[in-house]
Design a protein around this ligand. Structure first.
Ligand SMILES: [Zn+2]
Length: 103
């Protein structure tokens, strides 16, 4: 998918801070990095603002979310277009008790 399609799908909202930005402040983040076998399909891509993408750096999404409670809450609220298996994989890294799904 093209960048603009991803931004539109995500309503120009960063999945990590939950804020809406103009397109020139947004980036595309690969949930599963390309070097780890992730591709460029919509189910692997989320919208992230430049600041959050910089803060995340080269960490895996799950590792970043584990260390950042607000990003974690926003991610599981807004990254609803990811492939279910990817979301499950992220949840496993984060740990079930940290996803906001209180049992
Ligand atoms: Zn952000």
């Amino acid at each position: 998918m093209r960048r603009e399609q991803i931004f539109e799908r995500d309503e120009y909202r960063c999945v990590y801070c939950g804020m809406v930005f103009p397109a020139d402040e947004l980036t595309i983040d690969h949930v599963q990095a390309r070097v780890r076998g992730g591709d460029r399909s919509g189910g692997n891509l989320v919208t992230a603002c430049s600041a959050c993408n910089t803060a995340k750096g080269h960490r895996r999404v799950g590792d970043y979310l584990r260390d950042n409670a607000s990003a974690r809450a926003n991610f599981f609220r807004y990254a609803v277009n990811l492939w279910p298996r990817l979301l499950r994989a992220v949840r496993e890294i984060v740990g079930d008790d940290a996803t906001g799904d209180r049992k």
